[in-house]
Design a protein around this ligand. Structure first.
Ligand code: GLV
Ligand code: MN
Ligand code: MN
Ligand code: MN
Length: 430
């Protein structure tokens, strides 16, 4: 269970746990969540880890210091055995690929197995977080936020598309809402958090490199915009009498794109609901989702302000009311120098072990290790509130993600395994 093939096969296995037979969708607190946890827990136990589902539904595998650990290691790790945590998330977006999230969890299990007999000066834990994507309840990073002690009480009343609240979903899953605080970890019990993830963009592929380390992660802000005009007869209403909410929404969408491009940032309207939604009725109300990301939080916030101002102006011009409600906000996170050095050292070590420049997985020795900013969100952002974080990025074909065509090369996964294992050993050597 320590080969790239094993990792890829387990990612394929997990696609069975899906809300539908013809697409992959696995969301928080669903039967697929429970089934995936049970299966992944089996893999964790086979890797020598004790398993537990925490008070927020996240799955943990843990290996303590062990009685054979040298006294110096015990002293270094503290009385409770502070842990280095490796992981990512097990939930997916709708119509997902197999690797966004699960690859980082399965790879971490394989690394734990490889290090099964290695004396380490810390406990080693593997985590499968839930609700990184936030597609069920409209907010994101719920599981990792619980672990970071940042569960937001306002989340309890959030509803999914069927009107099920987070509180009800907890109870149906067999979790006690009142105990969610027990999932929180204390900074003094953590050595750090390392996450491996597909890049979800085209930069490593363009550079011809299998691996990179992450410098910082953009914090997204997400909104629901509600544009309210007037639903009227599509034939009987002349243009000067119309308050067409969808025409206004189109202007808002294009303004968001233009402003984001000008700012060197990203704004996406990913979902649109039109009411009443009939061929012969002028749209009276439109709800849009908006996702905004930039290199830093100040740039992101300035872009939000600009989009809101442009939106209000476009809507006012059409007699349409504009309302904006924030559903999610994450601060951007910086990966620590210490863990980034460890990940870079891991990437270099994997190259040295590898077969050479032209061979699978081998980049030219001595070539610099690329450090990448991540415009995609990761559990590491939430974990950064409670411990140092570091991330390893793995090249993915065509940079495609949040799509069934997500793919990774087996030799890249082999390189990632070597690099991630070496990164853990680099942290251990400090
Ligand atoms: C998570 O995948 C995100 O939306 O960045
Ligand atoms: Mn992800
Ligand atoms: Mn994702
Ligand atoms: Mn929809």
């Amino acid at each position: 269970m320590t080969s790239a093939r094993w990792v890829l096969d387990r990612c394929a296995d997990l696609t069975r746990f899906s809300a539908g037979p013809d697409h992959l969708e696995r969301t928080y607190l669903t039967p697929q969540h429970a089934a995936a946890n049970a299966t992944v827990a089996g893999w964790m136990r086979a890797a020598g880890l004790d398993t537990e589902t925490d008070a927020a539904g996240n799955l943990w595998g843990r290996r303590g210091l062990g009685s054979a650990a040298p006294a110096a290691f015990r002293q270094k790790a503290g009385a409770r055995g502070a842990a280095l945590v490796l992981g990512s998330h097990l939930d997916t977006v709708p119509d997902a690929g197999a690797f966004d999230g699960p690859l980082g969890v399965v790879l971490a299990i394989a690394v734990a197995e490889r290090l099964r007999d290695a004396p380490l000066p810390f406990a080693l834990e593997v985590v499968g977080f839930w609700d990184e994507e936030g597609t069920r309840f409209g907010t994101a990073l719920m599981g990792s936020s619980a672990v970071a002690g940042r569960w937001d009480a306002a989340w309890w009343d959030r509803q999914d598309a069927d009107g099920v609240t987070v509180r009800e979903a907890f109870e149906r899953f067999g979790l006690a809402p009142g105990r969610v605080g027990e999932a929180a970890r204390r900074p003094e019990d953590l050595v750090g958090y390392l996450e491996a993830h597909i890049e979800q963009g085209p930069r490593l592929e363009a550079a011809g490199l299998p691996l990179g380390y992450v410098t910082s992660i953009a914090g997204a802000r997400r909104f629901v915009l509600t544009l309210t005009g007037e639903a009227r007869h599509a034939g009987g209403t002349p243009y000067e009498r119309r308050k067409d909410a969808l025409a206004a929404a189109s202007e808002v969408i294009l303004a968001a794109e233009r402003l984001a491009r000008e700012a060197g940032a990203l704004a996406t309207v990913g979902d649109v609901h039109v009411h009443p939604g009939a061929v012969n009725v002028i749209p009276g109300r439109v709800e849009l989702t908006l996702d905004v990301r930039a290199h830093d939080d100040a740039g992101r916030d300035a872009l939000v302000t600009a989009i809101e101002a442009a939106g209000r102006e476009h809507c006012a011009g059409r007699g349409v009311a504009f309302d904006l409600a924030e559903t999610h906000r994450a601060p951007s996170a910086v990966c620590s120098d210490r863990l980034s050095r460890a990940v870079s050292a891991g990437i270099r070590a994997a190259r040295r072990d590898g077969p050479g420049e032209d061979a699978p997985g081998g980049a030219a020795p001595g070539q610099d290790v690329p450090g990448l900013w991540s415009p995609a969100g990761h559990d590491a952002m939430a974990m950064a509130a409670v411990t140092e974080v570091g991330m390893l990025f793995i090249r993915c074909h065509d940079g495609i993600s949040h799509h069934p065509a997500e793919s990774v090369r087996e030799d890249d996964v082999a390189a990632a395994l070597d690099a991630f294992e070496a990164a853990v050993l680099a942290v251990a050597r400090e």
